[in-house]
Write a protein that binds this ligand. Structure first.
Ligand code: GLU
Length: 476
């Protein structure tokens, strides 16, 4: 394959926010283009004017940019008619006319009532709904006269009556469809606008798209689109149909069924690197288990490896990548999220570096800042109950050792704490961590102790000691 020639596209309809399934489609097309140093087009399929507006296009644009998926042609790059489907109506109409003149398409005057009755009959007979070709045999000259006289008609593509339409799907392998099973699709509506199937394939051809990766829900459109492009003498792109992304119940992801959209993920504080690394592995066996840049993912991308089985969206996996992305985030990118002012300036960097692997979202910095630096209690009632049986003397010993021993070397400090309290391992560390941070988990305890100001450590341990001292009364 000539690398330079590869041109992929993502072609969303701007009808709502992108969910993780659409994002994966965008990402795979982007990775394929970048792998071949080709071009990536962002085409906005907004022909269905009722559902699109400028605000939606802008949001879509921001979302993809946020993920790092820039485009070579699309909003902001190239004339609108190069990427915005609603601006291409003339091209669509002209191609439809050409098909009709060649008798590859014909006017259909069937009323919606007739078509509905036809579908009902087919349904009752247990057949799939399909157009019966009622208008396929009309005299084209006469049909054109009826339309010129004001009669309403759609334009249908004339599919072959027999034979097989074959193509090699880049993901699913050899595909074949019996022509007899495929009815004649509408390519132009009665108002003259292009139907999805038509505008979509035609724009791919006119934009020089070489590879189309899209959801497998479009697989049944493909043989019709191939016939369409062949009738127009246009070249047919390589199609690859991606398995759907499904939820825990095996149902395709949709916003309606609660699939997170890109804005939900943004609101939760998800980092682009986490989303990209997770999605890149969804139905795609990326060998590396470490966070990778988009460029590294692109270098490795191979359509032939994509899975044909549905990919299950797994929240915990996304959380895992989020924790890696948080750990890898530059301190400066997290710093603005720190809004509380209890962390001394000279410890802010060390503080962020220490807690960042424990963050799910950057604003959790504030909670950690309070736990490690603010002179206020961080113990909840349940943890206080667990500290009580240890007795006040235990915490008083901890205070004494921590006041006298250096805190910059954890091993000797730990040995000293163990010796003084006669507790080892978890029996020492767990209550100490709980008393200091009010939590059971977090960064390494030695680092916490070293970073916390001495007066805050003392305050926390004194509070634990007084809770433990009051224990005898309350337990009695
Ligand atoms: N606008 C279509 C969609 O969002 C594009 C399908 C395709 O990628 O060909 O489903």
């Amino acid at each position: 394959m000539n690398d330079q020639a590869v041109r992929t596209r993502f072609a969303p309809s701007p009808s709502g926010q992108l969910h993780v399934g659409n994002l994966r489609t965008a990402l795979f097309n982007w990775l394929l283009a970048r792998h071949h140093r080709g071009e990536f087009v962002l085409r906005i399929e907004d022909s269905d004017a009722a559902r699109s507006d400028a605000g939606r296009i802008e949001r879509l644009q921001n979302d993809l940019e946020w993920l790092g998926l820039g485009w070579d042609v699309g909003p902001g790059i190239g004339a609108p008619a190069d990427w915005q489907q609603s601006r291409r109506a003339d091209l669509h109409a002209e191609a439809a006319e050409r098909l009709r003149h060649r008798d590859a398409a014909y006017y259909c005057f069937c009323s919606t009532e007739r078509l509905a009755a036809l579908r009902d009959r087919q349904k009752q007979a247990g057949h799939p709904p399909r157009y019966d070709g009622c208008c396929a045999g009309l005299d084209p000259v006469h049909a054109a006269q009826r339309v010129a006289a004001g009669e309403s008609a759609v334009l249908r593509l004339r599919m072959p009556d027999e034979g097989t339409i074959r193509f090699t799907d880049a993901v699913r392998g050899e595909q074949s469809f019996r022509a007899a099973d495929l009815d004649d699709p509408i390519i132009q509506r009665a108002d003259g606008s292009a139907a999805f199937l038509f505008a979509n394939a035609l724009d791919d051809a006119l934009m020089g798209i070489t590879h189309v990766l899209r959801g497998e829900d479009h697989l049944s459109n493909t043989p019709r689109q191939i016939v369409l492009l062949e009738r127009l003498g246009q070249s047919v792109p390589v199609y690859g149909h991606l398995s759907l992304v499904v939820d825990d119940q095996g149902a395709p992801l949709s916003k309606r069924r609660g699939a997170p959209g890109v804005h939900d993920l943004q609101d939760e504080g998800a980092r682009p690197a986490a989303i990209v690394n997770y999605l890149a592995r969804l139905g795609n066996p990326v060998p590396a288990d470490a966070l990778e840049s988009l460029d590294a993912l692109a270098a490795d991308f191979d359509v032939a490896r994509l899975s044909r089985r549905p990919a299950r969206f797994d929240r915990r996996q996304l959380d895992y990548w989020q924790s890696l992305a948080m750990a890898a985030a530059p301190v400066a990118s997290l710093r603005p999220a720190l809004q509380v002012d209890c962390v001394p300036d000279d410890r802010i960097t060390a503080f962020i570096q220490l807690v960042q692997p424990n963050l799910r979202a950057a604003d959790e910095l504030n909670d950690w800042a309070i736990r490690l630096f603010a002179p206020q209690s961080v113990l909840d009632a349940a943890l206080a109950d667990r500290l009580r049986p240890l007795g006040a003397a235990f915490f008083e010993t901890l205070i004494r050792v921590l006041e006298s021993a250096p805190t910059d070397d954890w091993k000797p400090l730990r040995a000293e704490l163990e010796g003084a309290t006669e507790r080892r391992g978890g029996a020492l560390m767990k209550p100490l961590r709980r008393a200091l941070t009010g939590l059971d988990h977090g960064p390494a305890l030695g680092d916490i102790i070293h970073l916390m100001p001495a007066d805050i450590r003392r305050m926390r341990l004194q509070q634990a000691a007084s809770i433990a001292a009051s224990g005898a009364d309350t337990d009695a």
